[in-house]
Design a binder for this molecule. Sequence first.
Ligand code: SF4
Length: 349
Amino acid sequence: MRELAEAWLTGRPIDGIAGIAYRDHHGVVMTTPRTMESMDDLPSADYSLIPTEHYFDLKEKRQLDYVTSTGCRYRCRFCADPFVFKRKWTGLSANRVIDHISTLVEDSNATDVNFQDETFFTDRRRTLEIAQGFIEHNLGITWAATMRADQGCRLTHDDWDLLKQSGLRKVLIGVEAGSERMLKRLGKDITLEQINEVAQRCLEAGIAGTFPFIYGLPGERAEDLDASLNLAQRLKSMHCRNTTPFFCYKPYPGSPLTDEIVADDHTLPTTLEGWAEFDFIQTTSPWVDQDTDQRVRRFAFYNQLGWSRPRPLAAPIQALARWRCRRSFFAFPLEKALIEAVMPSDPLV
Ligand code: SF4
């Protein structure tokens, strides 16, 4: 961005800037790919440029978002990251993270940090050093981060204890599918056994898990979707603070799954407006029929309601929600309509 800005300011041509695409009178031009720089060679993000207090107000919590790494080494076939980052990863050193977070927490009185990396736990030693640093600096914060199921399984019980002691309160672990067949098709390189094991480790350590799923995938069979709903129910019922959100599949360009469906005659958007709609407006998938889509949405709602923190006044409705999920009965969703009318801003997540 800086090179582009400098070129525009000085009137220099932009064709020598690596890693950009632009249109000239001959058509679209893509320059040579840019190599990934070590994050430790870059300056820290300048939080004084954003109104953190305003964000705290909007979030109703004093939570900072922070990114400690770039890229991902894995090869999930639905994800754009392997294409964008060529399966490379670079992360700030533990000391950089600890020092910057300490300063930010002191300056802003933040009480929680949400690490928004693609895969925060990629470097186990770095993660444990960060956790140790939080303890030694007595930061008194809680934190949440992204993890893969296989990464969580490789941590020892002592590692989990250290993470908990350092304030780790939640991990986000992409599950995506509940059948081995679909996990394989998605190239997740994780197994159902690892998903169950990591959920158990979270439970034992007192750390909540967010376990997102994808539905409406090309090639997903009815029994695959049933397996996803069953697994989501099991994960959610393990602890009231666990969540199992469901997202409708979207074909991101550059991913092998997208190449596959395009070869099968699926058409991707061709305009910027089309892509804008694809990402923010279009919420259904052509690979799922309307009834199934509705079933998944209702399941996600009742699964969350049924096993969320028990509330005395809501106990009958929560019991009914659990009954619905166990019997897969989602017709006449009156409680859902009522709750959504009274609390439209997704109060259950
Ligand atoms: S889904 Fe997550 S683990 Fe898989 S390639 Fe994308 S960022 Fe990496």
